[in-house]
Design a protein around this ligand. Sequence first.
Ligand code: 5MM
Length: 343
Amino acid sequence: MNLMELNKIAVAMAAPGKGILAADESSGTIKKRFDSIGVESTEDNRRDYREMLFRTEEAMRNAISGVILFDETIRQNAADGTPLVQLINDAGAIPGIKVDKGAKDLAGAPGEKVTEGLDGLRERLNEYYELGARFAKWRAVIDINGDDIPSGYCIATNVHALARYAALCQEANIVPIVEPEVLMDGDHDIDRCYDVTEFTLKSLFDELYAQDVALEGTVLKPNMVISGKKNANRASVSEVAEKTVRCFRAAVPAALPSIVFLSGGQSDEEATAHLNAMNAEYADKMPWALSFSYGRALQAAPLKAWSGKTENIPAAQAAFAHRAAMNGLATTGEWSDGLEKAA
Ligand code: 5MM
């Protein structure tokens, strides 16, 4: 492992003004996204859509530090034959790869999941490095449902797998993004999210330590501390910012260079406003850089604008550039509602 190189990449992934485009939708998820705009999920359509994003110069050069790809995409060429990985490198961004095989039912724990994908991972990582990936991602899914979910068992198995994945990544000179996502799907309040997130993060960092993962060469992709989507009294932007920063200060070691949030089903503007509030109000209280690794909150607008039509590409690229720029501003606390509307 070359820790200096890993650290350089981990720092670059959350450079001021920049964050990550999560474009690693697996086959089922991208089909759902395409269904929503009435486009068939063929290999060519998936390539055309992602090529359009990666060719959005303004976004890629100014506000995107890296792109998380799916296995199919890291092997694909653009319509003119240029490898998609080269488009990303040419724009000054870092290619990354999703390596987990998805969340599967956890034996003996109805309603809970564990993420699989460790078998053969060492060999897959070596191949992905050859294909150009310099960071990887593994997502664990932790649901909140009543008092009994999540169980300690679910959290323990998921963080153990995350640490095994992270150790293998570093052995292959690939920066691991560790993503323990506490879902915002229920009707729970923000304090329940706080407790589950704090327990999950503390368990994760214990396990990373136990498995000798170097935090200096690791990136955390967490949920924000936020009310469930169906909660009747959802917490305000400033409460989300205050509780997220408080929770992370209690649970995330200072050796970690970069935190890149997932959007998790927040609206585009909500995801931007929350990130901005943390950086605007608490920058001097945080040892790590706080940025974004958004899937839906970066792609919902361009996906809709594109709708599978070539003539819509300029509008879709403008929508992507706008969201990337707004989130770029949020990484330094310089976003405002006025700037959002002015565009
Ligand atoms: C882009 O979505 C990613 C892939 O999801 P599936 O494996 O379920 O197809 C997903 O892991 C994503 O990177 C994170 O959930 C963050 O994305 P959001 O949309 O929550 O910002």
